[in-house]
Design a protein around this ligand. Structure first.
Ligand code: PMP
Length: 361
């Protein structure tokens, strides 16, 4: 095809066309330097500007206070499953984890290697179809932190408010929802997010961490795994993921130009309402998760007949709508409607769903 498809992938996922066009235009010669950002020394003045602007613009977008570091790291969300316990299990060495999906469970399993880590609540037995409730009293009183996954990419659930953890330190994986809603960063000790959904191509992971939490990792911590290493050097201790940080910076500029996180959220709500609205009235397609915990970013649904699901997904592909299959262990459908998915993409999807439903009654 010569046309761009509507890519509903859960990540890596669609990026704003305007950003891709700018990157293409700058590919061979970035800002008169005669070289591409891919080829540029990370110690050059030009690159220093790129990474500093990226941090500054992310701080503006998310209203990140000065007592938090913003780090650009490698290793994906997965490395944070290890770095969080290594760096934060420094008091009682206890942490409680809310199990809301595969990624939350992976984070928990990794953390059990480093301390006394328990499950606070879980919806695993109900196929993670809702966010389990808990009370601050359910948290062990002396935990070093509580870990949640704010948006569950695979199942399509989302914490529609910040869970009440009392005075405890809250850590959140925001890989699949960062920059899709306004969050009060001060309610969190640490937020992390892989970039490959709302921010950039895969390769950079954002960590936003309160400064007083950094610098307490055990002495035998591998240098890369200690947040202090990166905090002291402005994410430049070693070669950073230069190109993904550059694209992230361009996405941040794009978001600022288009009304910031508030306006982005409004567009995300409009898209999600369109699709959920159809799912709520359809006789064929059923939403997979509890209404009050619905994600704006990953919208999951089924027909109830795996063969019909397959036919739907194949037909969508022919219409230029790709990656609508649910996660490999879950089945059904998942439409990821990240920030960069245009409204037209969701309109086209709903129109196709209506047509498919009529034709396959
Ligand atoms: N957390 C969440 C919520 C995710 O969706 C993913 C991957 N899609 C991960 C963590 C793992 O991230 P990575 O592949 O970057 O290690």
């Amino acid at each position: 095809t010569n046309e761009r498809v509507f890519n509903f992938s859960a990540g890596p996922s669609t990026l704003p066309v305007e950003v891709l066009e700018k990157a293409a235009a700058e590919m061979l010669n970035y800002d008169g330097t005669g070289e591409s950002v891919m080829e540029m020394s990370h110690r050059s003045a030009e690159y220093k500007q790129i990474i500093e602007d990226a941090e500054k613009n992310l701080r503006t977008l998310m209203n990140i206070p000065d007592d938090y570091y913003v780090l650009f790291l490698q290793g994906g969300g997965t490395l944070q499953f290890s770095m969080v316990p290594i760096n934060l299990l420094t008091g009682s060495k206890k942490a409680d984890y809310l199990i809301t999906g595969n990624w939350a469970k992976k984070a928990y399993e990794e953390a059990t290697k480093f301390g006394d880590v328990k499950i606070l609540a879980s919806s695993e037995e109900d196929n993670y179809s809702y966010i389990p409730k808990f009370k601050p009293e359910d948290i062990r009183p002396d935990v070093d932190y509580v870990h949640i996954c704010y948006n569950n990419t695979i199942f399509g659930t989302h914490c529609n408010e910040v869970p009440d953890v009392g005075d405890h330190l809250l850590v959140a994986d925001m890989s699949s929802c960062i920059l899709s809603e306004e969050v009060d960063v001060t309610k969190f000790g640490l937020i992390y997010a892989g970039a490959q959904k709302n921010v950039a191509p895969a390769g950079v992971t954002i960590v936003i961490v309160r400064k007083d939490l950094v610098g307490k990792a055990p002495a035998n911590t591998p240098v890369y795994l200690d947040y202090a290493t990166h905090a002291k050097k402005g994410s430049m201790y070693n070669t950073p993921p230069c190109y993904p940080i550059y694209i992230a910076g361009e996405v941040f500029k794009y978001l600022l130009k288009n009304g910031g996180v508030k306006a982005t959220h409004e567009r995300d709500v409009e898209k999600a309402n369109l699709l959920y609205g159809y799912l709520d009235k359809s006789e064929m397609f059923k939403p997979s998760v509890a209404k009050e915990d619905r994600s704006l970013m990953n919208i999951t649904f089924v027909t109830g007949d795996p063969e019909l699901d397959k036919k739907f997904i194949a037909g969508a592909k022919e219409q230029g709508m790709i990656n609508l299959a649910g996660y490999r262990t879950v089945g059904g459908m998942r439409a990821s409607t990240y920030n960069a998915m245009p409204l037209e993409g969701v309109e086209a999807l709903v129109a196709y769903m209506e047509k498919f439903e009529n034709e396959n009654k």
